[in-house]
Design a protein around this ligand. Structure first.
Ligand SMILES: [Cu+2]
Length: 135
């Protein structure tokens, strides 16, 4: 066998390995997680508490210790995406439940956009939830 033959055989083997890839075990996907509102409605006004649960939709169990890094609350559902309100993550609460304090300056529909990392999962959970603020 000449050197070029060895090289060709090696290249062919490399291609097979690249196509097969490492075998990954079946596990949860980041798409299996979602935020859910505890209450769909809230009283309009200052310093209201919103509670959301982060659920693993495959197991039906709440997920604790997620790192929430993106939060936005605006009135996009009522065509006022520029109407953004301050929102802050509150410490404590039940495991798997995350609480935020926000001021709802106007009655109507508000969109809560959340981005989070789940322990042991790659990717980002992104949810958009609509809360109705009532007078
Ligand atoms: Cu508004």
């Amino acid at each position: 066998m000449k050197a070029s033959r060895y090289l060709r055989a090696f290249q062919a083997a490399s291609i097979v390995i690249a196509m097969t890839g490492p075998i990954t075990a079946a596990r949860a996907d980041i798409k299996d997680y979602e935020f859910q509102l505890v209450d769909q409605t809230i009283q309009a006004g200052r310093d209201k508490i919103i509670a959301v649960k982060l659920m693993n939709t495959k197991t039906g169990k709440p997920v604790q210790d997620a790192v929430i890094f993106a939060i936005r609350l605006d009135m996009a559902p009522d065509g006022m995406q520029e109407m953004v309100t301050k929102i802050a993550l509150m410490p404590g609460g039940e495991p798997g439940t995350y609480r935020f304090k926000a001021t709802f300056g106007m009655a109507g529909r508000w969109q809560l956009s959340l981005g989070a990392k789940v322990q042991g999962e790659t990717g980002t959970v992104e949810s958009k939830l609509v809360i109705t603020a009532q007078k």
